[in-house]
Design a protein around this ligand. Structure first.
Ligand SMILES: [Zn+2]
Length: 119
């Protein structure tokens, strides 16, 4: 069964009304699934919940770790742009990546490790 963004959002709101903060995407997925469980056989991914949460104004904090660089935004799927800065010698250098659409930012050579969700 296909669940709508609105249903996901309602479930996220219920979860965040009980817990001010959710410490990982996995935890949020499990709790949201619980809230949705009245609808049996529901299919929803952690990725989709993360995107819906962000789109509707849930505060999402991203912790990163050294890792494979990401090219597309984990929230809206748009291409990430380089964040440029000048180094000590006045040369332009890339210091990170950002999404112009939703303002997600991440340091160079880092990938998202953990998502924290807040009311
Ligand atoms: Zn984005």
């Amino acid at each position: 069964m296909r669940v709508t963004d609105q249903q996901i959002l309602e479930a996220i709101k219920k979860v965040l009304s009980e817990d001010t903060i959710i410490h990982s995407q996995k935890e949020l997925l499990e709790k949201v699934k619980n809230k949705l469980s009245i609808n049996k056989g529901i299919q929803v991914s952690a990725e989709r919940i993360r995107k819906v949460a962000k789109r509707y104004g849930v505060k999402v904090q991203v912790h990163s770790r050294k890792g494979k660089e990401i090219k597309i935004c984990p929230f809206c799927g748009k291409d990430l742009q380089n964040i440029m800065s000048q180094d000590l010698f006045g040369r332009a250098t890339t210091i990170g990546k950002m999404c112009k659409n939703c303002r997600f930012e991440i340091g160079l050579g880092r990938s998202p490790a953990r998502y924290i969700f807040r009311r």
